[in-house]
Design a protein around this ligand. Structure first.
Ligand SMILES: Nc1ncnc2c1ncn2[C@@H]1O[C@H](COP(=O)(O)OP(=O)(O)OP(=O)(O)O)[C@@H](O)[C@H]1O
Ligand SMILES: [Mg+2]
Length: 374
C-alpha cells in the first residue's frame, strides 16, 4: 500500500516567489499519475517536496496516511529517477545498481538477488559487468531506473527520465515504462513537459500552469473535456484551433458562426449551455485539426480557408491554412482514400471549404477562457 496525499501545498522561495500554489491531490495506491505543464510551472519543485528534497512552505504531504513534512528523504521510502541520472563511471552496472543497498549494509545475497531481479525485469542482465560508457543512452536510462527499483520503495518518483534520449529511443522507453509499471507494484508520480508521454503513461494527468493545477483527469477526460483554453491547447497534437466568433442562441438551440458559416452546437453541449443560461455572445471556438473535414461546393455550414503549407505526414496531410480574416487554422486530412487528383485539391495555394460536427466543438468564454460546455 502506498498512497500520496498533498493538501494545500505551497512553495515560496526567498523574496516571496511562490512557485507552487495551493496544490491538493490524492494519488491512489499503485496509481500512475503524471504531472505535465510548460517549463517553470512547478512540476519538479512539487516532486522534490514529495521526495523531501525541498521544504514545504505550507500545507501537508502524507504518504500512506502519515504526515511526512518533517521526515528526512531517506525515511520516506521513496525512489527517484532524475533527468540527469549520473551513473558512477568507474563502477559496473551491477555496482551502480547495488550502490544504495551497499550503503545500507544489506547482506550480499540480498543485494545480489535484488540487482539481478531488477536487471532481468529491465532486460539488462547481459550488461551487468559493463561500465556505463559501454552502454547506449537507452541502456544507461534502464540502469538508472534499475538503481531506483532495487530499493523496493513504496513510491516511485520520476522527473523527465526520458528527456535526454532521442525521439526513437524515447518512444521505445515509453513503451517499456508501461510494461515495467505492470511488473512493479508501486505508486508512480511522473513528471514531463511532453503531452504525449502524459497521455500514454498516466492513469490520471495533472496539468499545471504557473504553479497552479489547471485540471486533474484521465487522459480521455482532459482530451475530451478540457476545463479551459490552456488545457485544451496543451493536450493534443497538432494543437487545437481557436477561433473568436459569435455564439447565437435560437430557442434552445445554439450555433457558432465562424467566418460567416453557421454551425449547430451538438445537443449534449447545447444542453449544458442552456443549463448555464448562456445567451448569445462572443466566444472562443475550439476545434481539433483531426475533427475538421473538407467539403465540396459552397455550404452555409462551411467556411473557406486558403492552404499556405501542406505537410505530407505519410498517411495524412497537415494543412496550415488561413481564413478570410487572417486566422490560422490547422487541418488534418487522411490521404488513404484520396485519388491522385483529389490530393491536388490540397496543394499549397488552393482554397478549400471546411466544416466540423457539433460534438467536436469546444466553446470557451472569451474573457475567463473557461470551457462553457463542461
Ligand atoms: N531554488 C530555487 N530558488 C528560487 N526559485 C526556484 C528555485 N528552484 C526553482 N525555482 C523556480 O521555481 C519555478 C518552478 O521550477 P520547477 O523546476 O519546479 O519547474 P518545472 O515545471 O520542473 O520546469 P521544467 O519543465 O523546466 O523542468 C521556476 O520559475 C524556477 O525558476
Ligand atoms: Mg523540472
Amino acid at each position: 500500500m502506498a498512497t500520496v496525499k498533498l493538501t494545500n501545498v505551497t512553495k515560496t522561495f526567498d523574496k516571496n516567489i511562490t512557485v507552487v500554489k495551493d496544490f491538493s491531490l490524492e494519488v491512489g495506491d499503485r496509481e500512475f499519475v503524471v504531472f505535465v505543464g510548460p517549463s517553470g510551472c512547478g512540476k519538479s519543485t512539487t516532486l522534490r517536496m514529495i521526495a523531501g528534497l525541498e521544504d514545504i512552505s505550507s500545507g501537508t504531504i502524507e504518504i500512506d496516511g502519515q504526515v511526512v513534512n518533517d521526515l528526512e528523504p531517506r525515511d520516506r521510502d521513496i525512489a527517484m529517477v532524475f533527468q540527469n541520472y549520473a551513473l558512477y563511471p568507474h563502477l559496473t552496472v551491477f555496482e551502480n545498481m547495488a550502490f544504495s543497498l551497499r550503503l545500507r549494509k544489506l547482506p550480499h545475497e540480498e543485494v545480489y538477488r535484488r540487482v539481478t531481479e531488477a536487471a532481468a525485469v529491465l532486460g539488462i542482465t547481459e550488461y551487468l559487468t559493463r561500465k556505463p560508457k559501454a552502454l547506449s543512452g537507452g541502456q544507461r536510462q534502464r540502469v538508472a531506473i534499475g538503481r531506483a527499483m532495487v530499493r523496493d520503495s513504496k513510491v516511485f518518483l520520476m522527473d523527465e527520465p526520458l528527456s535526454n534520449l532521442d525521439a526513437k529511443l524515447r518512444n521505445q522507453m515509453r513503451a517499456e515504462i508501461i510494461l515495467l509499471r505492470k511488473r512493479i507494484n508501486s505508486t508512480f508520480i511522473y513528471v514531463t513537459h511532453d503531452q504525449t508521454e502524459a497521455m500514454t503513461l498516466g492513469d490520471r494527468i495533472v496539468i499545471m500552469r504557473d504553479g497552479y493545477i489547471q485540471q486533474v483527469g484521465t487522459p480521455e477526460e482532459v482530451f475530451e473535456r478540457p476545463k479551459n483554453l490552456f488545457v485544451a491547447g496543451f493536450i493534443g497534437a497538432p494543437q487545437m484551433n481557436f477561433i473568436r466568433c459569435p455564439l447565437k442562441k435560437e430557442g434552445d438551440r445554439y450555433f457558432v458562426v465562424p467566418f460567416g458559416a453557421k454551425m449547430e452546437v451538438g445537443q449534449r453541449k447545447a444542453e449544458i449551455l442552456a443549463q448555464k443560461g448562456v445567451q448569445s455572445r462572443s466566444v472562443i471556438l475550439g476545434v481539433r485539426p483531426e475533427h475538421i473535414t473538407a467539403v465540396e461546393g459552397e455550404r452555409p455550414y462551411a467556411f473557406r480557408a486558403r492552404i499556405e503549407v501542406n505537410e505530407m505526414m505519410g498517411s495524412e496531410f497537415h494543412l496550415h491554412t488561413v481564413t478570410s480574416d487572417g486566422t490560422d487554422v490547422v487541418v488534418r486530412i487522411p490521404t488513404l482514400a484520396l485519388s491522385q487528383e483529389e490530393r491536388h485539391l490540397f496543394d499549397a495555394g488552393s482554397e478549400i471549404a471546411v466544416t466540423f460536427g457539433g460534438q467536436a466543438m469546444h466553446v470557451f468564454d472569451d474573457v475567463t477562457e473557461e470551457n462553457l460546455c463542461v
